[in-house]
Design a protein around this ligand. Structure first.
Ligand code: GLC
Length: 576
């Protein structure tokens, strides 16, 4: 077995805690609910769970507005519930990744309450306060410091009458941005990270990591020449001065340095002494994973892996494969954003592989709580091929809860809207409620998500009677069975984790690539063929034996020279 760290060989599963499992009948999921479902997750075959925020919060943005970085919101349970969850997960070999929200706090966080109290408060500089633009006859409150827009609609500036200044909020006005140039802020955030690392959490998914630092001079963003009024406000300018600023990398390096100081939480970690390549030594050092939420084009995304770590005295040449000092996994969302066809996806994979700096470990994401559900985006028929794609590409896959059941976007009527993004900019396609609907567990009222007589916080998907996990578990051809098989194969075959990827190409509507064994690894190479079109396709293929079809019907068949693949079907072939 190649020496990979758990976050390289493993599969990450995102849980949106409001929607996973409710145990107290209030219609909102909780930590005890997650603990109750750990056997399901271990049985599914994932290796780590990332849980969206459960910190104390006024819930204006459902927990992404944190009022205390070292607590648990009573809605989700208690700190003891979390300790029980962490221990129970670790007993099953499951890692736990926290969501950390460094860019902004809640406006009810004591830091902001202090900061807002006066211009001379010691924490004034912890947030981004700014004077109004020079007097032009308009009242001060109308003279915005610059043209930066909020991601959730309207300007990113909010006027504070008492202290006669604006504060910056990249999201809701109830989510003021903190000032990451202030070293006290950094120290306070790092202390909060240590609090959880000391408890034994296995890593962080850092919210909007590429937005942390803003231009020191608060320069205006250039207008977006392609903007039209049907687009959301944020698209009116190009985020040149409030995103992806060079100094952001300094912070990523600091976070990574802090986290690399922590040891393994579970036995079975990689021992650096047993490995030879620098790549493996690097992975061996990162027992806790640093993941960054970063929406950027690939060439910029890969810079978040960081720079080679210098060894020895300044100027001495580093090792051949350098150790990098940035994020372990800058989330790669390009499979979510790309047009769903073979040549576009082949392009993404090839470009990404070419751009990855030496020492960087790839990763792919197919869905999350901010984007339309996979099955709604690409159509149910394509989701099986998508599952095979995600779980056979080179790199760490991140799955979104419910995708393993083929859950779709749930229709939300205007009176059911909960998401502030939709409330602020109605009808612009911003709403994130549809992809946040409750998990479907059993064929019973409320699909087992909450008590039968409770009202779930969002509506239950209409197909719950057949789509729930229990029903799919006993169906040998269900989507859930497919995910279990794919996850099983990933565990079983080292080539799928550690092997190279080769010959990524589109042949008509068929996406094809090979996973190639390591020189000293097992003796299987795999050919993956995915038909992303609407018609069956026959293409040539080296001889081998079918290991898995996404329709779960053809395993064991021989392939001699060519293979026929149904629309939306995927084949995995063990080459002779
Ligand atoms: C991230 C989260 C999103 C949240 C936003 C503001 O993009 O994924 O859900 O609304 O940050 O914190």
């Amino acid at each position: 077995m190649a020496a990979l760290q758990w976050w390289q060989a493993g599969v990450i599963y995102q849980i949106y805690p409001r929607s996973f499992q409710d145990t107290d009948g209030d219609g909102v999921g909780d930590l005890r609910g997650i603990t109750a479902r750990l056997d399901y997750l271990a049985g599914l075959g994932v290796n780590a769970i990332w849980i969206s925020p459960f910190y104390p919060s006024p819930m204006k943005d459902f927990g992404y507005d944190v009022a205390d970085y070292t607590g648990v919101d009573p809605l989700f349970g208690t700190m003891e519930d979390f300790d029980v969850l962490l221990a129970a997960a670790h007993r099953r070999g499951l890692r736990v990744i926290m969501d950390f929200v460094p860019n902004h706090t809640s406006d009810e966080h004591p830091w902001f309450v202090e900061s807002k109290s006066s211009r001379t408060n010691a924490k004034r500089d912890w947030y981004l306060w700014h004077d109004p633009a020079p007097d032009d006859g308009r009242p001060a409150r109308e003279r915005l410091p610059n043209n930066w827009m909020s991601h959730f609609g309207g300007p990113a500036w909010e006027w504070d009458e008492r202290t006669q200044q604006f504060y910056l909020h990249s999201f809701l006005k109830e989510q003021p941005d903190v000032n990451w140039r202030n070293h006290e802020v950094r120290a306070a955030m790092y202390d909060a990270m240590r609090f959880w690392l000391n408890k034994g959490v296995d890593g962080f998914r850092m919210d909007v990591l590429w937005l942390l630092i803003k231009d020191k001079e608060f320069r205006n963003n250039p207008p977006n020449p392609e903007y039209h009024s049907g687009m959301r406000d944020f698209a009116s300018t190009l985020p040149v001065y409030n995103a992806n600023r060079p100094e952001t990398h300094e912070i990523v390096v600091e976070m990574r340095g802090l986290m690399d100081g922590y040891g393994p939480t579970l036995p079975g970690h990689v021992d650096a002494k047993e490995t030879d390549s620098a790549m493996e030594k690097q992975s061996a050092r990162s027992h806790r994973v640093l993941i960054g939420e970063i929406y950027l084009p690939l060439p910029e995304l890969v810079t978040y892996y960081g720079m080679p770590v210098k060894h020895g005295p300044a100027g001495t040449p580093g090792p051949e494969t350098p150790e990098l000092n940035g994020a372990n996994l800058p989330f790669n969302f390009h499979l979510i954003q790309v047009e769903w066809n073979a040549s576009a996806i082949a392009d993404v994979v090839r470009t990404y592989e070419q751009l990855l700096p030496p020492g960087a470990w790839p990763n792919y994401v197919l869905g999350n709580h901010d984007r339309r559900r996979l099955a709604s985006r690409i159509g149910l028929k394509q989701t099986r091929a998508a599952a095979m794609l995600l779980l056979t590409l080179r790199g760490t896959p991140t799955m979104y809860y419910g995708d393993e059941l083929g859950m779709v976007d749930v229709p939300i009527t205007p009176d059911q809207v909960r998401d502030p993004a939709e409330k602020n900019e109605p009808g612009k396609g911003r709403g994130r409620d549809p992809e946040r609907a409750p998990m479907l567990w059993v064929n019973a009222p409320n699909a087992g998500f909450t008590a039968p007589d409770a009202t779930p916080w969002l509506p239950i998907e209409a197909d719950w009677q057949t789509k729930n996990a229990a029903t799919q578990r006993s169906d040998p051809k269900s989507m859930l069975t497919l995910y279990r098989r794919l996850l099983g194969l990933r565990r079983q075959h080292d080539t799928l984790n550690a092997g190279a990827i080769a010959d990524v190409a589109a042949e008509g509507d068929v996406l094809r690539y090979r996973r190639v064994q390591l020189p000293d690894g097992e003796s299987t190479d795999f050919q993956v063929l995915l038909n992303l079109g609407t018609e069956a396709a026959t293409i040539r293929c080296a001889p081998g034996t079918v290991v898995l079809t996404t329709l779960l019907d053809g395993a064991g068949a021989r392939v001699e020279g060519e293979a026929t693949i149904e629309a939306g079907e995927g084949l995995m072939i063990a080459l002779d």
